[in-house]
Ligand binder design. Structure first.
Ligand SMILES: *Cc1c(COP(=O)(O)O)cnc(C)c1O
Length: 414
């Protein structure tokens, strides 16, 4: 049986360092707001490329806290609108409605699965305050057009980076954040060669360390990254009962903290993240090059070379070269490898019968959920099409070569 994601195997591959780190915390006997969290916040903000990182309890809270802090800072208020992709994971939407803000759902681009940036402007009203971009399935959602819209309408950009930890975009210094810490490179050529991580582009970003994410803890965990000093300060306070200092309560806060054990675990796992993401890319490139089926649509890799005509699996040397044969796409960390097919249930059952576990991300879009039944009548044709057709294939950094070949052969003979 090939599991969708073998978390047990991934966890074991970090031993004995993981147990050493956990025992260090247990022996120290200090479990919250201690040196592991401080050290992880420093390491993670260095990795992402932001001035601040605040460890919080989970990814949903990271997003909730950013919006809540903007409300406390007077930047938005109850009833204001936040533009968000209609096909996102429900937590993006929950973070908005929990703050009594109004999500304005916008259909995605069917090829990238990400927010269709060309549709944003027609949804902007006098009450629009922010755009939430979701780097869905691990693919960065960012263009200069998006930045121009944010500047033109004075909107905040919040990144939901839960699925894209480690993704990079080649870009000039992001305009929206007016960051001082990324020195502007001297020449246009140097500029074009500068890479930035998702999570450092918008005004603030929410990160998730849910065990199944690319950087997973051994339980819940999350973080906010931002360059903004005021925002960071308010979030840190709200996440800790609203304290500005111990027992001095400035906000009606909550308790949302990353704990010391999870921080210690993440410190062990972070140094291998780029290697793991590269392995995901190699597997994705292999799927992209070799899956050939008239009923299956592969995730688009705009800019990549056209697929070669039908290739024989047996004769192909599978992932022996150190470098992927398709162009390296650093803007994608392949949290999920999502194909589309109008024979989804059949394909899922067929793969399951042959011992391959697949999942659906996601079977029901937010506007068809009971929790949001006032949106039932709304129409999001691209979102609905995606939700009816998507299937996620196994893609784990530790997926073995023979498993990948088996999956591919089975799919091609479906
Ligand atoms: C996982 C996820 C979240 C929520 O993160 P949790 O840590 O599970 O709360 C938010 N948005 C997206 C897109 C996610 O995939």
């Amino acid at each position: 049986m090939i599991k969708f994601l073998d978390i047990q195997k991934i966890t074991e591959s970090f031993e004995p360092e993981l147990s050493v780190a956990i025992n260090r915390v247990v022996k120290r006997g200090w479990f919250l707001l201690g040196e592991e969290v401080s050290a992880f916040e420093k390491e993670y903000s260095d990795y992402i490329g932001t001035k601040h990182c605040i460890g919080v309890a989970n990814g949903l809270d990271a997003l909730r806290l950013i919006l809540r802090a903007w409300i406390e800072l007077g930047i938005m208020k109850e009833g204001d609108e936040v533009i968000v992709p209609a096909n996102t994971f429900i937590a993006s939407i929950l973070a908005i409605t929990d703050n009594r803000l109004k999500p304005v759902l916008v259909d995605p681009d069917v090829n990238t699965y990400n927010l269709d940036i060309s549709l944003i402007e027609q949804h902007i009203t006098p009450r629009t305050r922010a755009i939430m971009v979701v780097h869905l399935y691990g693919k960065a959602c960012w263009t200069s057009q998006l930045e121009e819209i944010a500047i033109k309408y004075n909107l905040k950009i919040i990144e939901d980076n839960a699925q894209a930890t480690g993704a990079q975009i080649q870009s000039e210094v992001p305009q929206t954040t007016h960051s001082t810490k990324h020195p502007s490179p001297a020449t246009p050529k140097e500029k074009a060669n500068t890479f930035f991580r998702t999570g450092s582009f918008g005004h603030a970003a929410g990160h998730s360390f849910y065990p199944g994410k690319n950087l997973g803890a051994l339980g819940d965990g999350g973080a906010v990254t931002t360059d903004n000093d005021d925002l960071a300060k308010v979030i840190r306070a709200i996440a800790n009962y609203g304290y500005s200092k111990k027992y001095i309560c400035d906000y009606q806060g909550l308790n949302s903290r990353l704990d010391e054990i999870q921080a210690a675990v993440l410190r062990v796992k972070l140094p291998r993240l780029d290697t793991d993401n590269q392995r995901r890319r190699e597997i994705a490139n292999y799927y992209l090059e070799n899956i050939e089926h008239p009923n299956i649509i592969l995730p688009s890799m705009e800019g990549s070379k056209p697929k070669p005509p039908c290739t024989s699996v047996k004769s192909k040397d599978i992932i022996t070269s150190q470098y992927p044969t398709l162009p390296l796409r650093l803007d994608h960390v392949w949290h999920l490898f999502v194909v589309r097919t109008n024979k989804r249930e059949k394909l899922k059952q067929y793969l399951s019968d042959k011992g391959i576990q697949t999942l659906i991300h996601y079977p029901v879009p937010p506007h068809k959920q009971k929790a949001y039944n006032k949106w039932f009548q709304k129409k999001f044709p691209v979102t609905e099409k995606i939700h009816n057709q998507v299937l996620s294939l196994p893609i784990s950094p530790l997926l073995e070569k023979n498993s990948i070949v088996k999956i591919l052969c089975l799919i091609n003979s479906f």
